[in-house]
Design a protein around this ligand. Structure first.
Ligand code: 26Q
Length: 806
């Protein structure tokens, strides 16, 4: 028996198979003869899960004994990806699980197909949260990720006549065998109502609606360690009294459940990233629901220890993943002042010391604000607290900058015109002790522009923590063949937990046999993906659709290539497969038009036999983590072509470089750091930099002048306008010609020339493969383990706690 009183689960194939059978009989209640594939899958999950649950129990014991400072990561989104393969890898059950599957007559591929990816996020921010919790466990940091268990995750993207059509993602239709419900840890959440003061002058919030938050958790094991952390996800429920039996008995069935339905709607669906759309009441309810449940849970855990509240920040650091959970700041103030009876100043110091804030954008229109009127109705006490925070903030501004009324207006938590709104980013800066951007350029621009006044007043608060990605998911699991080659070259697989070790690959950069293996694997990954000729250059642009990311720039270049091939059918064109994948927010019409136009151009090219030997455009629908794991290892070229100064970091750029794709990119986000590390000679740089883009906009930008001066650009836009692609996409061309917010036309020529350099480089396959190898060898910095270790040492000030085997 080990330290937690358990006989450890067997590590032999025979024991694993026995446990699998037990689960099939006792948990699923079926037999080998009548088992469905789903029965086999769920039994397998339970068998793997039990092994992690045992580690989880030991982790909890070790954490309680150590009484450490905990990291609480608050995020409205988690894009965890499929769990089965990762949990088999992390639990070290690969061989015995494969043997047991064989004995049961099922294949790993078949089991993976049944493993549904929880799509509880939109894109980069949600996947970053998943990579960071993975890395926290890997680095033995005691941590919990808090989030929302949406009934419906990010919509499923389908194409109808080339246009995006959204379908609901009922991801738990078959249940979710990875999840542990914990109904006894449920919390009560208030909404609406009003505030009163009692005799002692304390404020009380009398709510108008009460909702329950029910948690469940999924296990987050570390790689190469015994630590198993959790993500705890909240689901909204009506209280017991929300069912109206009297009405039901009177036949009013809809009315009888309406209160419960209203409550449950809070966690019904993930909001698509829709920075331009005005905030909706339900979204703010979601955010407060997450914050209220999580903070009460964090305080409950703190009280188990029993120390004084003044020690709360010593035992807890709460990282806010963007402003989405920033209501946690006034909520903690409310709990400390109204419920615990602390004085304002003391509560404010504790609050600031507890929180840190990560910003993920620069676009001013993406900074969250909420109407004061909505706050007043939904969260009356929080609005009072925000006013009090604001008063003290602005007093400080006035005393630091006497007479500077404009600065007071700019820094206020309240925007006055055209409508009174609460500025969540200002609240997040005021209520935290550290604010970070997600790449060096981003952090610098935040301090110089978006949050300049705050960075001037509190320079010590502002940091950079460059993003990173999980090397396990995006190299070890996504690219098994390359992983094997790397392991045999380096002599062991320690690189997956210490990514700087990839440096050791550099000594194979001039080894012809090694380069041949490297290239063969890339080719095999293209064949595995099955989209286009595996000998063609695989040119990949995968990310959410947004005008600032400039999928339209890539598309204009595709049309130019199409014209060049048409004009010169016998030329020695480099064969390319151009792959686009990604979703557009359902209400983002301009982005959806670009998707529709890409599909129309793809169809036109596909129908032209003179062009198909050289150019193919593919757009697999429903890009998600799982599809990314298939596409990224197959990429030769990584498109990172956002307008400089707009992409906070990007993380797809890191995943692609790690898998040996060469980047064609602008000096934006983390591209800059990637280029510095992999070497300028292994990166295709083009386009305006941030100062040049700012300058061009300021001096009056006229997209039409580029159209008039550049015949190829003109031909591409004219083709769209004249209906060459089934009449689709005229609004895309018009918007570029008349406005072109993101300077697409200004960067077109530089981009086209840079793509010619790509073609030339591709013609020397040895040199290309060497550059590919060097991208992988030098991408170690972009491990999420490095990111977390930066957070741990510069912001969280936390220490690892090792979990022992017995
Ligand atoms: C806001 C209000 C209402 C509804 C939805 C939203 C919302 C939801 C999600 C706003 C933004 C997001 C997601 C933003 C995001 O993914 N940002 C990306 O974060 C990555 C990780 O740091 C960066 O690498 C990317 O550069 C950044 O775009």
């Amino acid at each position: 028996r080990n330290g937690i009183g358990l006989r450890p689960l067997g590590s032999s194939a025979a024991e694993f198979e026995q446990d699998l059978l037990s689960n099939l009989y006792y948990r699923r209640g079926t037999t080998v003869e009548s088992a469905s594939a789903q029965d086999a899958y769920e039994s397998l999950v339970l068998t793997v899960r039990d092994r992690l649950a045992e580690r989880r129990a030991r982790t909890t014991a070790a954490h309680y004994a150590a009484n450490p400072r905990w990291v609480y990561y608050l995020s409205a989104e988690y894009l965890l990806g499929r769990q089965l393969e990762q949990n088999i890898l992390y639990s070290g059950t690969g061989e015995i699980a494969t043997a047991a599957m064989k004995a049961l007559g099922v294949s790993p591929e078949e089991m993976d197909e049944l493993d549904i990816e929880p799509g509880l996020g939109n894109g980069g921010l949600g996947r970053l949260a998943a990579c960071l919790v993975d890395a926290m466990a890997t680095l033995d940091i005691p941590a919990i990720g808090y989030g929302i268990r949406y009934d419906f995750g990010i919509f499923k993207q389908t194409f109808v006549d080339g246009a995006q059509v959204e379908k609901p993602d009922d991801w738990t239709f078959q249940g979710n065998p990875w999840e542990f419900p914990a109904p006894d840890d449920r919390q009560t959440v208030f909404f609406y109502g009003h505030t009163t003061r009692d005799e002692a002058g304390r404020t009380k919030w009398i709510p108008g609606e009460i909702v329950l938050g029910e948690p469940s958790h999924m296990l987050v094991p570390g790689y190469g360690t015994e630590t198993v952390n959790i993500v705890r996800l909240w689901r909204a429920r009506g209280s017991e009294s929300s069912f109206d039996l009297e009405r039901f008995s009177a036949g009013q069935y809809a009315e009888a459940v309406q209160e419960a339905v209203r409550a449950e709607n809070i966690s019904k669906v993930l909001y698509p990233d829709d920075s331009t759309e005005l905030g909706r009441e339900l979204r703010l309810k979601q955010q407060y629901f997450l914050v209220s449940c999580s903070l009460r849970d964090i305080l409950r855990r703190f009280r188990l220890w029993g120390g004084p509240l003044t020690d709360f920040p010593a035992k807890s650091v709460i990282q806010l993943n963007d402003t989405h959970p920033s209501l946690a700041i006034p909520e903690l103030m409310r709990l400390l002042v109204d419920e615990e009876g602390l004085g304002w100043d003391e509560a404010w110091l504790l609050t600031q010391r507890t929180f840190a804030y990560t910003c993920h954008t620069l676009l001013p229109e993406a900074l969250e604000t909420w109407p004061v009127a909505l706050f007043e109705r939904l969260l009356p006490r929080h609005l009072e607290i925000i006013y009090e925070i604001n008063q003290r903030l602005l007093d400080e501004v006035r005393s630091r900058y006497p007479g500077d009324i404009d600065r007071v207006r700019r820094m206020s938590l309240i925007q006055e015109a055209p409508e009174r709104r609460v500025r969540m980013a200002h609240l997040a800066v005021a209520g935290t002790s550290a604010v970070n951007g997600v790449a060096e350029l981003h952090s610098q621009l935040l301090a110089e522009t978006t949050l300049h006044d705050f960075a001037t007043m509190w320079p010590g608060k502002f940091r950079n923590v460059t993003n990173g990605v999980s090397p396990r998911r995006f190299l070890r699991i996504a690219n098994p063949a390359l992983s094997e080659l790397i392991t045999s070259a380096l002599g062991d697989s320690r690189w997956a937990g210490d990514l700087d070790r990839l440096r050791g690959l550099e000594r194979f950069a001039d080894d012809p046999a090694f380069l041949r293996s490297w290239r063969d694997i890339k080719r095999a990954n293209k064949a595995r993906l099955g989209l286009g000729d595996p000998d063609a250059l695989m040119d990949v642009m995968v990310k959410r659709f947004h005008e600032y990311k400039r999928q339209q720039l890539k598309l204009l270049h595709v049309i130019t290539q199409y014209h060049r091939i048409k004009d010169n059918p016998g030329g020695d064109h480099v064969p390319r497969t151009v792959l686009f994948a990604g979703k557009a927010a359902p209400a983002y019409h301009a982005a959806k038009s670009i998707i529709r136009l890409i599909n129309a151009v793809a169809a036109t090219i596909e129908a032209d036999p003179a062009v198909t030997p050289y150019l193919k455009v593919v757009f697999p629908p429903n890009y998600n983590v799982t599809l990314g794991e298939l596409i990224i290892p197959a990429a030769d070229l990584s498109e990172q072509i956002s307008l400089a100064g707009k992409e906070a970091s990007g993380t797809g750029n890191m995943k692609l470089a790690l898998n040996g794709a060469l980047t064609i990119g602008t000096l934006d986000g983390a591209n800059i750091e990637i280029r510095e590390r992999v070497g300028a000679e292994n990166f295709f740089l083009f386009g305006l930099d941030t100062p040049a883009a700012t300058e061009l906009k300021a001096s009056g930008y006229h997209p039409r002048s580029y159209y008039e001066r550049d015949p190829e650009l003109r031909a591409a836009l004219d083709a769209i306008m004249s209906g060459a692609f089934g009449g689709v996409g005229k609004e895309v061309a018009e918007s570029l010609l008349n406005w072109d917010e993101y300077l697409t036309l200004a960067d077109f020529r530089a981009y086209a020339e840079c793509q010619e350099a790509v073609d030339r480089a591709w013609q020397d396959q040895t040199a290309w493969t060497k550059a590919s190898l060097l991208n992988t060898a030098r991408a170690g910095y972009f491990s999420a383990d490095r990111t977390v270790s930066d957070y741990a040492s510069t912001i969280w000030h936390v220490e690892p706690v090792r979990v022992t085997r017995d």
